[in-house]
Design a protein around this ligand. Structure first.
Ligand code: TXA
Ligand code: MG
Length: 315
């Protein structure tokens, strides 16, 4: 479904209802969440979801996250559990995705789950996203609103640069506060699994569960569909854990240091997460190799390092 012009909408109620109407018609609408901008399609409409994969150039074996506005809506689609309840109570709305078994009468297009019998689902915290989802009153499949494999968008300008002209509309409500995608927890097997580190620190989840989280088995296609190694990739090469950048490299710093751009001069990992993709977009525009300072592997640093390793991975 090509859209020669992409409409820019605000988060005013009238325009949110326009965005909901477009989704109902099977069109693609990008919208802000607290993590990154998502590219939305009505998760019940196979044609819309097909157009979404096409607009992003996303391989169709990589399943999508369904976004809903309430736990009751989530329960229409997935088999709920006590652990789901505990985590939803503690962290929804927020940057947490739960992977749960699909109900028999789930109503979700099989393209959303890439044929799996589980669904990734979350309630985002961003007010514009919540307004849109509650007007629509249905599940919205939304990957990050970037061409597949490239840097995720944290502003509407990033979305326009990557997908402008290929989607019906963008709801612009400023930059995203968290800045990295949601943490994904698998609850489809007996034990909760960390499928992707993200905007909710693992330590916070472990504190609520009362035990440490097991990691996904990277060789198991059911726990790790579409976790592609090369991702978030700027056009130029990326080198990690650099203390001394080479001539011609742009230096992305962390903490008090001399550099071209700093993720957080005060060494604050939340600030660094919020700045990460914006800084990568800025450095990418200069088309020079990028060197990145070391980031601590704790709290949101785990998600930041995960995204940086994928940005630096061989293509
Ligand atoms: O914060 C976020 O999660 C953002 C915003 C827009 O909500 N969305 C996002 O979507 O990051 P995306 O498509 O870029 O990443 C979704 C990830 C993929 O790595 C996919 O493999 C995984 O979720 N995923 C989706 N459904 C799954 C399932 N049933 N089982 C395991 N992994 C799943
Ligand atoms: Mg993505």
């Amino acid at each position: 479904m090509s859209s020669p012009t992409t409409r820019l909408l605000t988060a005013q109620p009238q325009e949110i209802s326009t965005a909901a109407d477009l989704l109902k018609e099977g069109q693609l609408v990008a919208f802000p969440t607290e993590t990154v901008y998502g590219l939305g399609a009505d998760a019940r409409q196979t044609n819309a979801v097909e157009a979404l994969y096409a607009a992003k150039g996303r391989p169709s074996f990589n399943p999508l996250i369904a976004h809903v506005h309430s736990v009751e809506t989530a329960q229409r689609h997935v088999i709920w559990s006590d652990i789901a309840d505990t985590l939803a109570e503690a962290f929804w709305p927020g940057p947490l995705t739960l992977v749960l078994p699909l109900r028999e009468d789930h109503g979700i297009s099989p393209l959303v789950t890439a044929g799996l019998n589980t669904l990734g689902i979350r309630i985002p915290a961003h007010p514009a996203a919540r307004a849109l989802l509650s007007v629509l009153d249905g599940p919205v499949a939304a990957p990050s609103a970037n061409p597949s494999g490239r840097i995720s968008p944290t502003t509407a300008a990033h979305v326009i640069a990557g997908l402008g002209g290929r989607i019906a509309a963008i709801v612009d409500d400023g930059p995203c506060g968290v800045g990295v995608e949601s943490t994904i927890i698998g609850l489809a097997t007996g034990t909760p699994l960390l499928l992707r580190p993200g905007g909710l620190a693992t330590e916070e989840i472990e504190a609520v569960l009362g035990h440490t989280l097991h990691l996904r088995d990277a060789s198991d296609p059911l726990t790790a569909p579409g976790q592609l190694l090369s991702h978030y990739a700027p056009r130029a090469s990326v080198r990690l854990n650099v203390t001394t950048p080479q001539d011609g490299e742009l230096y992305l710093g962390f903490g008090a240091m001399e550099c071209d751009l700093n993720l957080s001069a005060s060494g604050d990992l939340r600030e660094a997460a919020a700045q990460l993709f914006g800084h990568l977009h800025r450095l990418d525009a200069r088309a020079q190799p990028i060197a990145v300072a070391a980031i601590p592997e704790t709290g949101l640093g785990v998600a930041i390092n995960d995204r940086l390793r994928r940005a630096a991975a061989p293509r």
